[in-house]
Design a protein around this ligand. Sequence first.
Ligand code: 13P
Ligand code: SF4
Length: 320
Amino acid sequence: MFTTLPSTTSTPDLPLDLFDAIADLKQRLNAVVLAHYYQDPDIQDVADYIGDSLGLSQQAAQTDADVIVFAGVHFMAETAKILNPHKQVLLPDLDAGCSLADSCPPAEFAQFKAEHPDHVVVSYINCTADIKAMSDIICTSSNAVKLVNQIPADQPIIFAPDRNLGRYVMAQTGRDLVLWQGSCIVHETFSEKKIIQLQTTHPEAVVIAHPECEPAVLHQAEFIGSTTALLNYVQSCDRTQFIVVTEPGIIHQMEKQMPHKQFIPAPPIANCACNECPHMRLNTLEKLYLAMRDRTPEVIVPEATRQAALKPIQRMLAMS
Ligand code: 13P
Ligand code: SF4
């Protein structure tokens, strides 16, 4: 009697042309691929839409696809699921988390919130559904200043979880925010010293930075903004050389759209690749294909949490 031996290889069967296979699956599933700028260039190239967190949420809110394939990190796919309870939301690697979201555990945040009972809670979208469910308004790096400016001046505010974005919003709005002390491991890897060194060898370059960087790093920047804002800025700026102080995945779009300009990734403090987000980079084109082929892994949000988290997201979309 013959038995089927278990496969000795861990690589599942893959088609020769993943780009074609993914295009075919998009049609068969009526799927849309949404990708963040920090994704691997190949993933960006198969995406139907590439954007920052606000743009991706807006796309997720209006898509008529049956399946959303989210090439980003867990909190982004979770937001898409909160907005689309009846659609399937696939994340190529379920372990693609976020150090910033992890820096705000729900039980500790509930305690922090209880210590400030008269405060409105504005949470950066880089947090879990449980934190969103405890928040009044969600914001992203592209609308945080605008949203905080819409809150009455005498209303005290908790801002969570990113202390760097919070400090940036405080400086821009003149508001005194109570900050949760969370941060992003990637953006905290940039140093003022390394950027100044780079400026001495590239004196013509414009420094542009994401507001998740520390204040000393932001102090060196001529322009600060979300990933989409950074992309728009380098498009409209007549200078041709830029030092880009954020995850270098964004440079793929910059180079594609502006091949005549030069984009220099800001180096991390150490001699490592730690300016690349280890969570975002868990997704690969192969995993994206397999997720579509096998319709898994799927992001699920418990219904009570989803309903509570939906309100502050809808508030953000209405106020943006
Ligand atoms: P953006 O909304 O600017 O794309 O930021 C997302 C993010 O995770 C930055 O680390
Ligand atoms: Fe989270 Fe930072 Fe990665 Fe953005 S870059 S997903 S904030 S760990």
